[in-house]
Design a protein around this ligand. Structure first.
Ligand code: HSE
Length: 448
């Protein structure tokens, strides 16, 4: 039996989950991998903190550098989070030729260039399955199971907290603030939930997925991000009336350039993602060979995330024992190798909610601005109100470039009958890609 030494840096929820399951399933891992993993140290910030798992006191240290220096340690598991100490630790471990396993999406998305450059220079390896969608093995699916595919589209629910909030608002009709408070009470959202609800966490994940699927490093600053703070129960009610649910989605689309974006979306209630409720994550991958494939599961939590981290530890262990070279990876490599599309050039349909004074000519004014911009209206709802009173007016808009829609909206809000802020949400159906029958193998039609 081969033994491989590991060190864990960071012993919060996920770190404790990793330690617990490494121990509990030790025999299973040995049987499946032929490797015995030995934890030689755990770096913590506070030695005295009460923890849910029992751990020998001698394993704990506040000095992560001693773990990186320890010659018995081959694999360093970074679970500090954040971009400061975690970055220093990872770079130090890679420079020592250790394999690094991390769940740190912010670090990869914002400092990926430096991390991957050092990884390559020192011929080290870094594994980051847990950085996207917790326990859902989407990274390995892209890098291994779907290796032959060009990824036309990857889209999905990448933030469990936002999905919990939107699901609750849709199911119970609660306000955003109440749904957020419930998410915090149930331990899903952070005390400072801005990373989740402003779409940044999902944006980090989109940057990683876009890099992997397109073979070049997608700068985080190029991901267009909108959060869910301004979604109201009224929007959810109108969306449902029109046959849609509102979800916060990450979307990567390769079509005349690469789109990488996170924002609320109206998706048809018949779409499989509309049924993904609560804190779950789900990702649809559209490959040119496989067609559509969907991955669903827990995107956070100690156990689910530990499952992904231990998968990486296992892969790192096997790589250290049996492979001397980098296995061919699907990116990220190279810079700016493809054109990244500006959000202004992205075409979609829209849901537009305006607050208007119910007065003759209101609709005509709005329609004429849209007509001048060559933007079509596909449907209009205005609940019956009283003349002269403020009422919501919902317009469903045909495909339009965001630049045109944005400019038209700037003019619409200047009309004298418009009150308050407009609400603009993109509408996507993600129609199933027509499978080109000509590509299928047919008798006598061998590819030569
Ligand atoms: N806070 C994230 C979520 C989990 O709510 O999905 C970690 O990325």
């Amino acid at each position: 039996m081969q033994q491989i030494g590991i060190a864990i840096a960071g012993f919060g929820t996920v770190g404790q989950g990793v330690y617990k399951h490494l121990l509990q399933n030790r025999a299973l891992l040995q049987q499946r991998l032929g490797i015995r993993f030995a934890v030689h140290g755990i770096a913590v910030r506070n030695l005295r903190r009460k923890r849910l798992v029992k751990v020998p006191r001698a394993l704990l240290t506040r000095d992560w550098k001693s773990l990186v220096e320890d010659p018995r340690v081959s694999i360093v598991v970074e679970l500090f989070g954040g971009c400061n100490e975690a970055r220093r630790l990872i770079l130090a471990a890679l420079r020592k030729g250790k394999s690094v396993v991390t769940a740190n999406k912010a670090l990869l998305a914002e400092h990926g260039e430096e991390i991957f450059e050092v990884t390559a220079r020192y011929r080290a390896k870094i594994y980051f399955e847990a950085s996207v969608a917790g326990g859902v093995p989407i990274i390995k699916a892209l890098r291994e199971g779907l290796i032959v595919n060009r990824f036309q589209m990857i889209y999905g629910i990448l933030n469990g907290t936002c999905n919990y909030i939107l699901s609750k608002m849709s199911r119970d009709g609660t306000s955003f603030a109440k749904a957020l408070a419930a998410a915090q009470r149930d331990g899903y959202a952070e005390a400072n939930p801005a990373l989740d609800i402003d779409g940044i966490d999902a944006g980090h994940k989109v940057a990683i997925l876009a890099s992997l699927s397109n073979g070049f490093l997608m700068p985080f600053s190029k991901v267009h991000i909108e959060g869910i703070r301004s979604i109201t129960p009224l929007d959810i009610r109108f969306a449902r009336l029109l046959g849609y649910e509102i979800k916060l989605l990450g979307i990567i689309r390769a079509e005349n350039g690469i789109e990488a974006r996170v924002h609320p979306v109206l998706i048809p209630r018949s779409h499989i993602l509309a049924a993904v409720d609560g804190v779950y994550n789900a990702i649809v991958v559209r490959g040119d060979v496989v067609g559509d494939a969907m991955f669903y599961g827990r995107g956070a939590g100690a156990d689910a995330t530990a499952s992904a981290v231990i998968a990486d530890i296992s892969e790192a262990g096997l790589d250290r024992l049996y492979s001397t070279e980098m296995r061919p990876l699907l990116g990220p490599r190279g810079r700016g190798a493809a054109k990244i599309k500006s959000i202004d050039d992205v075409v979609s349909r829209y849901y537009l909610r305006l607050s208007v004074v119910d007065r003759p000519g209101v609709l005509a004014g709005i329609a004429s601005v849209l007509a001048r911009a060559h933007i079509g209206i596909s449907s209009v709802i205005q609940p019956e109100g009283h003349e002269g009173k403020v009422v919501p007016l919902i317009l469903m808009i045909h495909d339009a470039k965001y630049r045109d829609m944005r400019r038209a909206l700037q003019q619409i809000v200047k009309l004298p009958t418009i009150r308050g802020r407009p609400m603009l949400v993109r509408v996507e159906s993600f129609d199933v890609a027509p499978f080109d029958g000509g590509q299928d193998l047919r008798p006598g039609g061998d590819v030569s």
